[in-house]
Design a protein around this ligand. Sequence first.
Ligand code: NAG
Ligand code: NAG
Ligand code: NAG
Ligand code: NAG
Ligand code: NAG
Ligand code: NAG
Ligand code: NAG
Ligand code: NAG
Ligand code: NAG
Ligand code: NAG
Ligand code: NAG
Length: 724
Amino acid sequence: MRLFLPFLALAATLGALSAPLDEPSALLLERGGHLGGDILAPNSTGGVWTRGFAKARELVEQMTIEEKVNVTSGYTGFCVGYTGEVPRLGVKPLCMADGPSSVRPSRGVSQFPAAITAGATWSRRLISARAKAMAQEFKDRGVNIALSPVTGSPLGRSPLGGRDWENWSADSYLSSIASFITVRDMQANGLACTAKHWLGNEQETRRRPFNRSEDNDFTKAPIGQSVDSRLDDRTTHELYALSFAEAVRAGTAFIMSSYNRLNGTQASADALSQNYILKDMLNFHGSVMSDWGGTHSNDAYNGGMDISMPGNSYGGLFGNFGGASLLADIKAGRVPEWRIHDAAIRTLAPILELQGDQQWPEVSFDVRDTTRSLYPSVRKPETADLIREIGEEAVVLLHNNRSAGLGLPLKPRHVLRSLALLGEGAFDKPTGWTSCGQGGGSCSEYSKNGTLTMGGGSGWGIPSYILSGAAVMQHEARRGAFDINLDASDGYMNLSNFRMQARASEAALVFVNAWSTEGNDRPNITLFGGGDRLVKAAASECNNTIVVINSGGVVLVEDWIKHENVTAVLYAGFPGQEGAGALPAILFGDKSPSGKLPFTWGRSLDQYLPNSIARVPDIAPVANFDEGTLGGDWHWFEYKNATPRYAFGHGLSSDAPQDTTFEISGVTVLLQPGETQTVTFPLRRKDLSVWSTDNQNWMLLSGDYHFGVGGSSDNAPVAASFSF
Ligand SMILES: *[C@@H]1O[C@H](CO)[C@@H](O)[C@H](O)[C@H]1NC(C)=O
Ligand SMILES: *[C@@H]1O[C@H](CO)[C@@H](O)[C@H](O)[C@H]1NC(C)=O
Ligand SMILES: *[C@@H]1O[C@H](CO)[C@@H](O)[C@H](O)[C@H]1NC(C)=O
Ligand SMILES: *[C@@H]1O[C@H](CO)[C@@H](O)[C@H](O)[C@H]1NC(C)=O
Ligand SMILES: *[C@@H]1O[C@H](CO)[C@@H](O)[C@H](O)[C@H]1NC(C)=O
Ligand SMILES: *[C@@H]1O[C@H](CO)[C@@H](O)[C@H](O)[C@H]1NC(C)=O
Ligand SMILES: *[C@@H]1O[C@H](CO)[C@@H](O)[C@H](O)[C@H]1NC(C)=O
Ligand SMILES: *[C@@H]1O[C@H](CO)[C@@H](O)[C@H](O)[C@H]1NC(C)=O
Ligand SMILES: *[C@@H]1O[C@H](CO)[C@@H](O)[C@H](O)[C@H]1NC(C)=O
Ligand SMILES: *[C@@H]1O[C@H](CO)[C@@H](O)[C@H](O)[C@H]1NC(C)=O
Ligand SMILES: CC(=O)N[C@H]1CO[C@H](CO)[C@@H](O)[C@@H]1O
């Protein structure tokens, strides 16, 4: 038996944070329109990459302008992104591959748990181990630059955000810590990372201005612009840039810009955010690449972009910037040669520092043919164990009612008589893992597709295998002495057999899910595939109905959470290819669940920050971040005094008799009952500071500072305060 793990929350009661917003200073306003002509791109002086910088400078000084352009442009090749080469000087193309949960799109690799699931462990050790194991697969596949991690943007301003699950948590502090660890440890063996997406990228709807309507665009207006994120300077620093600052501090080699606009300027071309904030203030000496199709003019090079991606590849689908068009702009004086000289140095310096002394493996996958296993696998057996361990530690026990001897843990494997596995989400996907395309999302609706382990888009990864709920629990039945009853219906089908299977079982596991994907914000936060109907059908027949949720964020449980027969609810996140493999240890009590929600689980969409996805059918949609430094998620709930279903940080232990609140007297990853331990939580000056727009610096204000320690954002019983 192990005690439930409370976490230490830096409560939002820092008096200083409620200070009124500063007006933008005259200095900033003077900076006005934010193109490169207004704020010049700083030349790199090398930063942490002293040796790499010296080598890069020496190489680039020998290059012709055509060669410098090659290093800073995208070409067609094996990888999702490929830079041009400079054969004369032995400079090879750089292979870039997605993404945050896997080497994508490649076979023979692991689909790791999504960041939001790693975030639910709150474990530095597991976040670090995940980063190292992923980096190994990228390297073994010959990738030079991983298009990962998502260090914020999205931060989860809206629970509908299609990519929220690619990030760690809706809390900028937790995200910052995970970002720092991930960048540091992914780069430890030479792989280069890309922190993304800089900046204010909080929605998928209308993310691109192309007149090539993506299926998932909200409106097919002919010549619409991408959404314009308008956030003030202080909010930028205190919330949305915070996690990037940590990625830079950890040494991230690359940063990817975002698709949206910032104050009207395309993010990829925005000089205030790139030249001033990122390269000057945050002291970033690496290279900024555009997102695929995020460049709309070579003027972006003036605004701080160093590589336009993916250049002319994909048949020009994403526009045609960099390359020959850049050369023409340089010759016409629209982009100065020194800028491309610096961009080439910025691109090569971290690569030469990190990989220059190594024999880097050859690329062994091909983005143009991903359905076949063309190359040997790079998976290591211990990685499967790690994926499972993260999955186990991430399972959040949302609800548990053991009042009548039901709920979790289940009876021991040899005592339990029968168990029903119900819902399409408990089964294998009938058409296999590659049938919905490289991003997993090209099927019309994601239901009836088996145990859901990941969201869609570039954050998807092709799993080598998926352990479905049925596969895993049948194996447990073999170990134990219970019978298995099955039904693979979704909630739109005739549930007559489904009910019969539930009725015949001592306990029923109902697998429900919700898909979310890049390119498409969620339309609502309800379960997919008629999940609510499935739960209610099972609960009407079986008095020990246990719900397992696979989703990248909140889903509504209000329809059935008070049902007397719903005895336990587990949030299993997007666990990667070990799928339901994490469940037996938790269900049978071999491990007590210790996952904690990294976001707030509301009772309705209305409880969250309103209008947080700009959906105006306008040719120039605007997202006003009027809530400022207050932010979304749990800060918003506190501000509105709204009671969520489950607060940020919530997560029960199955040792508790029912939904009990624990008294917090200490923090544990290892305490035995009755044991106490003193824990220290280092605070940096920055953690207590506010951003002053006038001074363009962090300021520690005098006043009262209040701290709370607790198990969740709505329950911080231990308080402390001090004054400066
Ligand atoms: C960068 O360095 C070049 C010389 O290599 C110089 O001409 C240019 O003005 C510098 N740019 C800035 C913004 O300092
Ligand atoms: C630029 O890169 C392309 C693609 O790798 C290559 O074909 C071409 O020869 C390179 N050009 C120069 C000038 O090195
Ligand atoms: C993503 O990262 C940012 C930090 O930059 C954080 O504020 C946000 O809430 C994160 N999480 C999600 C789920 O988007
Ligand atoms: C944009 O798309 C619409 C609808 O397909 C088409 O009629 C129009 O000509 C396109 N406009 C441009 C500038 O390509
Ligand atoms: C956007 O405009 C606001 C208000 O003027 C300003 O505070 C902020 O710094 C600007 N941000 C960018 C990236 O231009
Ligand atoms: C639950 O239902 C079973 C029949 O499947 C019954 O034997 C048992 O007594 C019920 N338990 C409770 C606590 O109602
Ligand atoms: C559902 O299936 C059962 C068993 O086959 C059948 O008796 C019943 O009529 C069906 N219900 C509906 C609404 O079709
Ligand atoms: C939520 O969105 C899904 C996917 O579009 C849709 O199937 C479902 O009907 C919606 N649910 C509600 C309650 O609107
Ligand atoms: C709970 O389950 C029992 C079967 O064990 C069933 O008889 C009862 O009607 C269920 N309760 C509800 C409210 O559906
Ligand atoms: C637990 O179940 C019992 C019996 O159905 C019920 O009376 C009680 O309200 C439930 N408690 C919670 C916290 O759901
Ligand atoms: C590949 C696959 O199985 N796709 C299915 C996913 O679920 C939807 C809705 O049931 C089907 O339309 C797809 O065919």
